[in-house]
Write a protein that binds this ligand. Sequence first.
Ligand code: 5GP
Length: 177
Amino acid sequence: MSYKILPLISTEDVEKGIQQIADKIAEDYRGKDICLICVLKGAVFFMTELAKRIPEDIRVTMDFMSVSSYGSSTVSSGVVKIVKDLDESITGKHVIVVEDIVDTGNTLSYLLEMLKDRQPASLRLCTLLDKPSRRTREVQVDYTAFSIPDKFVVGYGLDYDQYYRNLPYIGVVEFDD
Ligand code: 5GP
């Protein structure tokens, strides 16, 4: 199937959006230690850019988690398998889950419930992109840079068949008829 990628959010705008989230986190967590949890692989670029913008009075640790959804590749079932768990315990820590995009909310609602059981001091969700029109399960998104329409997007960590994660901007995949 042939397709093209049309720019949706420029590199400059993505970086501005990330800076705004970092500023809010700096305000909310002043003087505290925080643990950023990156949901692999899509959130890698977002989390590293975000972490660099958090001021030094907040001590940051980073951990990584990889999950896969049972069911077909296009419809997430809401049951999530942990492919790679965190290296460290989150009990008693201020945790921010960093995600690339919240779509139906299935993956995140499952993941957040599971992390809550580990009794962190606090647990918040930060996402680069949000597709609120697609939500089927309620998820509290605490920090978001961009709400986008119901389009399939790539770049800045997001893939199409594992490609295009390295694009420095967000683009929409437009399929030719
Ligand atoms: P949810 O469980 O919220 O439906 O699915 C979230 C996951 O679906 C995201 O972490 C991402 O991997 C994938 N996803 C949802 N929408 C898009 C999109 O527009 N582009 C890409 N590349 N992945 C998406």
